[in-house]
Design a protein around this ligand. Sequence first.
Ligand SMILES: *Cc1c(COP(=O)(O)O)cnc(C)c1O
Length: 231
Amino acid sequence: MNFIEIDLKKLEHNYHAIRSLLNPKTKMIGVVKANAYGSGVNSIAEKLVALGIDALAVAYTEEGIQLRNQGIKARILVFYPQIENFKLLISANLEPALYSKKSWRAFEKNILDQKKTNYPVHIKYNTGLNRIGFNPADSKWVLNEIKKDAFNIKSVYSHLAASEENRPNEFSQKQLALFNEIMNDHKKNSKSETDFHLLNTSGIFNYPELHLDWVRCGIGLYGFANQPNGE
Ligand SMILES: *Cc1c(COP(=O)(O)O)cnc(C)c1O
């Protein structure tokens, strides 16, 4: 399937349906990675911005640059930025997720080289599956780093891996316990207000008490979620 016609009206409907589930203070990241899941990122991203999405997210720097070239001015997070592209990422004013000591150091060097301070970044922790992210045991190291002027920590996040499974779920409980500790440590040590997030689309439906400050919604916006509101 290389062409899917997405009905923008349906996107609008899904956006409002999901938004209506959220606490008014919870912000929504529209995940448009992989060309909005193969549907043609162009019109989707523009429509989401017009609808009032709080930020967009992509997987790789190139996708973010493509959105900038298209004239999208909204905040754009990059979930899996490659170190080789950090310079480009900064010139396009994209916000990286930093997920390892190596990526952290490399990004710091790029910020300093470009004589920037207070650059908006996001910190990804791995609390579950073998996905990328700082090990929770690295948090002491991270907490020391975030004091530096180079960084403005916009958010700290993880990914609830089994969010589509039935509840109660032991694996999710373990992840949550780890993330709670991370949140507490960051709240105690942050120099500015930091937001926290944990959920993708299925988590939004299944864990309403964990919407926190942001939710990251991809597939639900396109209507493929196996949930009543997703159609
Ligand atoms: C792809 C992705 C999402 C969106 O997940 P959906 O299930 O499509 O809502 C959220 N967070 C991260 C880190 C992702 O990579």
